[in-house]
Unconditional design. Structure first.
Lengths: 392, 73
């Protein structure tokens, strides 16, 4: 008998409720997609100034920058918006543009650059169909600090120097961008792609069919490899994918809050990588899409700006590993979810969350050929930290 | 340049910079100000009335003077 430690599903990390709410829209959006001419607008401007400029980062976030800021207050669709830059960076940018170290002169340069950006954004906006972007500078408005609920943070590189800044957004703008992104995703969804019920799977073994009766008899312990595990990260999808073993892994799995990796699996075995978490205020499973991030390229001037590409269901689901003719696939799963095509298209974005009605439990279903054949209790081996399912 | 001269120093710097950098498009760029957009656009149009060969000198001079008045504060 294997020495097995119980696995407590309530040790799974809990999601941030707000992050989950915005995870399929605002937090995944690629804002440059709505301003396709912006790089061309600035291209000639940078060339004339002799600048080599590129956007290193453009990232929606629920965090607000904590640095001291130079701020240009704006109004967008009737709601306050702010363009901010880290104070030191703003001073350096102003000095670069005005070729003067005098603070008031530098500041004027930054004001002009900010207003120029705003004007170009208003002109190049394509996000709302025929609807124009009503975007203005309004430095006289009184805006409370709690008006901001998120940001779009950016990092520019100009002549080998980095400049950090952000757009601070209020709830209305956040909702506008969230809805716009999700509608555009959904409009690109093929309505005939139906996911059907999808299994939230943890791992599998492949056995000869003749071994199934013994394998599925009560009390049998089945050691299996999980699909990998991820370290608790803050939306950093690249971390920790892959199996982790050893005493520390075992101890962590039983004791610490540790994200587990799994798959959403179709009946034909096609699978999409997910990470397992819990709700912020409930004990149902929440899935985080762990598909590979699309390759993006961003830049102004020397490097052309390309818009973010999204992963659709066709790319998100991988083909199953080939199965020898004489083997059966035995899958260990927490339960099934049914997702409409539009929601699936949203969820395929790396980092998106999907709440389920599957209660977190150490009990799993044992599926053979997509059919529920038995139930088992999950544990982990002492030492190795491998999964063990004990048939009930 | 009645409109331009009636602006405060900060706004004169802004308009002059935009006319120098953006030419005819400066009217659109400066008009993005919710409160002063119309006035700033009119001021930009005034400066744009100068022939290009004269405009650079005139606007650069105005810019220097506006910056100087800011630095003297």
């Amino acid at each position: 008998m294997l020495k097995v430690m119980p696995w407590d599903p309530l040790k799974l990390p809990r999601i941030d409720g707000k992050a989950a709410e915005w995870s399929r829209g605002f937090l995944r959006c690629a804002p440059l997609r709505w301003f396709p001419d912006l790089d061309r607008e600035f291209h000639s401007f940078c060339v004339n100034l002799g600048w080599e400029a590129s956007i290193q980062r453009l990232e929606p976030s629920l965090q607000l920058p904590s640095y001291a800021q130079e701020r240009l207050l704006l109004v967008a669709q009737g709601e306050p918006l702010a363009l901010v830059m880290e104070k030191q960076a703003a001073a350096q940018l102003g000095e670069l543009f005005m070729e003067s170290p005098v603070p008031v002169i530098r500041q004027q340069g930054v004001q002009y650059l900010g207003r120029r950006l705003v004007a170009r954004m208003a002109r190049s906006w394509v996000g709302g169909g025929d609807q124009q972007l009503r975007l203005f500078v309004d430095q006289d408005q009184i805006v409370r600090d709690d008006s901001w609920v998120g940001s779009i943070q950016f990092s520019l590189r100009i002549n080998a120097r980095s400049f950090e800044g952000a757009f601070l957004v209020g709830p209305r703008i956040m909702g506008l961008l969230d809805g716009l992104w999700r509608r555009q995703l959904r409009s690109g969804t093929q309505s005939d792609i139906t996911a059907g019920p999808l299994l939230v799977a943890l791992g599998e073994v492949r056995v000869p069919p003749l071994d199934l009766p013994q394998l599925l008899s009560p009390g049998t312990q089945i050691r299996f490899e999980g699909y990998g595990r991820g370290e608790l990260g803050r939306g950093d999808l690249g971390k920790g994918e892959g199996s982790a073993r050893g005493p520390r892994a075992a101890e962590e799995r039983s004791r610490a809050s540790y994200e587990e990796a799994g798959y959403l699996m179709k009946s034909n075995g096609a699978r999409m990588r997910v990470a397992l978490q819990l709700g912020d205020s409930h004990d149902f499973l929440v899935l985080r899409s762990a598909t590979s991030s699309p390759v993006t390229g961003r830049g102004l001037q020397a490097v052309s700006v390309s818009t973010n590409s999204t992963i659709g269901p066709a790319q998100a689901f991988e083909s199953p590993p080939s199965l020898a003719a004489e083997h059966s696939r035995v899958t260990f799963g927490f339960g099934e979810v049914t997702i409409d095509p539009a929601t699936l298209a949203e969820f395929c974005q790396p980092g998106a969350f999907l709440e389920t009605s599957i209660a977190a439990s150490s009990e799993v279903g044992v599926f053979v050929g997509g059919e529920l054949a038995a139930r088992a209790t999950l544990g982990v081996t002492k030492g190795e930290g491998a999964w063990v399912a004990t048939i009930l | 340049m009645r409109r331009f001269s009636s602006l405060g120093a900060e706004m004169r710097v802004l308009v002059a910079l935009s006319v120098l950098c953006d030419g005819a498009e400066s009217v659109e760029i400066v008009s993005v100000d919710r409160r002063l957009g119309t006035e700033l656009a009119e001021a930009a149009r005034e400066l744009l009335l100068f022939e290009p060969e004269v405009r650079l000198t005139v606007v650069a001079t105005e810019l220097r003077e506006a910056l100087a008045s800011l630095t003297m504060r």
